[in-house]
Design a protein around this ligand. Structure first.
Ligand code: CFM
Length: 568
């Protein structure tokens, strides 16, 4: 097997040289933009990263669209809101059950996630308008299902032709006497799905939260925001909190009903799991209802224990604090031997993570639990605050793309603004080092000079694998097979493929075992990574003017290099 020919030494790659190697293939303009999105970490004072900007056409990245962020991520998992995609059937189908946000509705409640409702927009509607068809669809859906609430989700053509879905929603609300809401989440509205999160946050806050003032009866009552029950994660968190004596009123949005969301404002505390997708609701609930929020993380054993202690500290009850310590101790008895055994096999191995807007950070804790090192990480669509911490919020430039998304003006509710802690209690907590709204971002917890790569391209991923040779990569379905064809196991960290849950202590054990299986299987040895194969002959750029026999000959010549053919 031949050694890879690299300009950067493999053993101890210099991150600055790796960055240069990644950029050198690009045209000058592309390289200039990508250079801002690839930075060398400084944990003490994270450098500015060019996040939440448009992906350049022609490079392949993992992002989704604004409609996906609204329909698929934040609103989608509320299982008894009947959701109608207004637009082409492809968009509707794309957002239907492709994300494993599991639900277990009580008997007798319809779970609309099983259905794919769509107006099937055709040329006729593009030319003459689709509002009539949308109204028909709403009436038809209502007649069949009699839902409590209906949401209309806009796709790109809806915005382009100017269908007024908000007026349609208003008229249908009057006609049917149920809550009908419209979301202008056209796919092109923002640079990624992140814009769709914001639009969904606004809609859920304006149209649902606050409709029911009756709180659940519980001594310690909170919401988990930004937890979507992928592979059953929210169930693990809920079970763990219940063991401690903490009641979750509403998980936004994982295995949650419309009625649970209506009373989300009646809790004492909001715990924010995924800061990227839901910080807007946390902020708006604080302003309007006086509910404080803290950042929580139930991914990783150490992170989970830290989060439980933080929640207990907030509620300031000896009984709860003791119970939390008891639960942590119990859970660790079961977890520790598994972790230690697996850690013994994989300590010091290298992982890289490129996921969404929060998991590339959270899952670092699980790999660290196993003594593994994170050699590089990045988000697909997060903003600077998710990388550098919320302290940079005032310095983030609001560009034309962000201005597209409505910022709702929120004021304290004259009747319902009830801070759940007195100013004295808050001051005492803060004096003891307790911080609210305290997301420090990914970079502060990563080693100096680690490569942080925003919206990573396939080319950069290939270079990263060639040079760093990570033992495992956490990423998504769009690049999973590219990575695995290079002989590197890829843990799918969005839907987890078929596995999970990975949250809380029980989930952490599942994760350790899964990583152990992936790292110890011999299957990777049967794959020859591209850099160890004989170089392919250069692909002709243009077939123009050649007859088909010549084209076929040419195609054969670059498809089948002799050295590779022998190995197969
Ligand atoms: Fe939040 Fe998510 Fe994520 Fe996200 Fe997502 Fe997701 Fe994700 Mo896929 S809400 S930002 S838009 S934690 S679907 S459950 S895994 S990219 S890192």
């Amino acid at each position: 097997m031949s050694e890879p020919t690299l300009t950067v030494p493999v053993a101890l790659p210099d991150p600055a040289a790796v960055k240069e190697e990644m950029l050198k293939i690009y045209p000058a303009k592309t390289a200039k933009k990508r250079a801002k999105q690839i930075v060398l970490n400084e944990p003490e004072a994270p450098p500015e990263i060019g996040a939440n900007s448009r992906t350049l056409p022609g490079i392949i990245t993992q992002r989704g669209c604004t409609y996906a962020g609204c329909r698929g991520v934040v609103l989608g998992p509320i299982y008894d809101i009947l959701q109608i995609t207004h637009g082409p059937v492809g968009c509707g189908f794309y957002a239907w059950l492709s994300r494993r946000n599991l639900v277990r509705p009580p008997a007798g409640v319809t779970n609309y996630l099983q259905y794919c409702m769509n107006t099937d927009m055709q040329e006729d509607q593009i030319i003459f308008g689709g509002e009539k068809k949308l109204k028909q669809a709403i009436r038809e859906a209502y007649d069949i299902f009699k839902p409590k609430a209906i949401a209309i989700l806009a796709t790109c053509p809806v915005g382009l032709i100017g269908d007024d879905i908000h007026t349609v929603a208003k008229q249908m609300k009057e006609e049917l006497g149920i809550n009908v809401m419209a979301f202008s989440c056209e796919g092109y509205k923002g640079v990624s799905q992140s814009a769709g999160h914001h639009i969904a946050n606004n809609g859920v806050f304006k149209n649902i939260i606050g409709l029911d003032d009756k709180p659940d009866e519980a001594e310690f009552n909170m919401n988990i925001l930004g937890e979507y029950n992928i592979g059953g994660d929210a169930w693990e968190i809920d079970t763990l909190l219940r063991k401690c004596g903490i009641h979750v009123t509403s998980t936004l949005s994982g295995d949650v009903s419309y009625d649970q969301v209506k009373k989300a404002h009646t809790v004492m505390l909001n715990g924010v799991m995924c800061h990227r997708s839901i910080n807007y609701i946390a902020e708006m609930m604080e302003k309007k209802f006086g509910i404080p929020w803290i950042k929580v993380n139930f991914i990783g054993a150490e992170a989970t224990a830290k989060t439980l202690r933080k929640i207990a500290k907030f509620f300031d009850s000896k009984k709860l604090t003791d119970r939390v310590e008891e639960v942590i101790a119990q859970e660790m008895i079961a977890l520790r031997p598994v972790r230690e055994e697996i850690k013994g096999r994989h300590q010091g191995k290298k992982a890289a993570l490129f996921v969404g807007g929060s998991r590339a950070h959270h899952y670092q804790d699980l790999f660290r639990d196993l003594g593994m090192e994170i050699v590089s990480a990045g988000y697909e669509f997060a903003h600077r605050d998710d990388y550098e911490g919320r302290r940079v919020l005032p310095t983030i430039k609001v560009d034309a793309d962000s201005r597209n998304i409505e910022e709702i003006h929120v004021e304290a509710d004259p009747l319902r603004y009830k801070p759940t802690r007195t100013p004295e209690q808050l001051a005492a907590l803060q004096a003891g080092g307790f911080t609210f709204k305290d997301y420090d971002g990914m970079m502060t917890e990563m080693k100096k000079s680690t490569l942080i790569i925003d919206d990573i391209t396939h080319h950069e991923m290939e270079k990263l694998i060639e040079i760093y040779k990570p033992d495992i990569i956490g990423s998504g379905i769009k690049d999973k097979f590219v990575i695995e064809k290079m002989g590197v196991p890829c843990k799918q960290l969005h839907s987890y493929d078929y596995s999970g849950p990975y949250a809380a202590f029980t989930g952490a054990v599942n994760f350790y075992r899964e990583v152990d299986r992936m790292l110890t299987t011999k299957v990777w040895k049967f794959i020859t990574p591209p850099w160890e194969k004989a170089p392919l002959e250069s692909v002709p750029l243009c077939h123009a003017g050649k007859d088909s026999a010549a084209k076929n000959e040419e195609a054969k010549s670059f498809r089948k290099p002799a050295a590779v053919a022998d190995e197969v």
